[in-house]
Design a binder for this molecule. Sequence first.
Ligand SMILES: [Cu+2]
Length: 198
Amino acid sequence: MTAFALAVLLPASWAAAPAAMQVQIVDDRGMPVRDAVVELTPNAGWRGGPIRFGWKPAMAQKNVAFVPGTLVVARGAAVAFPNLDSVRHSVYSFSKAARFEIDLYGRDQTRSQSFPVAGTVALGCNIHDQMRGYVRVVDTPFAGKTDQNGIVRLTGMAAGGYRLTVWHPRARMPGGEFKRPLAVGAGQGSHKIALKLR
Ligand SMILES: [Cu+2]
């Protein structure tokens, strides 16, 4: 009886176990690429409800820079842009995924902008040309950006067919995006992807 139960239950519980995957992004010399955004999108699209990430949907202006320089948010998210500097900043984008302009505002003030379209939003400030930031708007909960070792860990995927997308502002690909199909199995997976950077 025990053997029978094991034989039936074990494969079922394995199949239901969510997968975890480590992805490392390197450049063509093998050096880790940080702040690359890695996304795994189910082939049928994400139908699991609202997406929440473990970080704040906020892009601060600090020391005349957008911090963090790259922010991953779910499609539809409202992003806060707090100004932590003593000088005034604006925020604008000419990107296809979001065209907008927020007028100059000062220290300890904040503004907010929603991003209803998935894709890359390149940010600038009218006063400080060197200020660059990126909001990557995604349609999947299985997304994140690489750390200083070029590594991101994605968890909770059901086994199945996915599209893997890697985005980096300096990737030598149309739109800075590398895409490929990826079959996700149960358990742990590991992938290393080399990107050509400009
Ligand atoms: Cu500025």
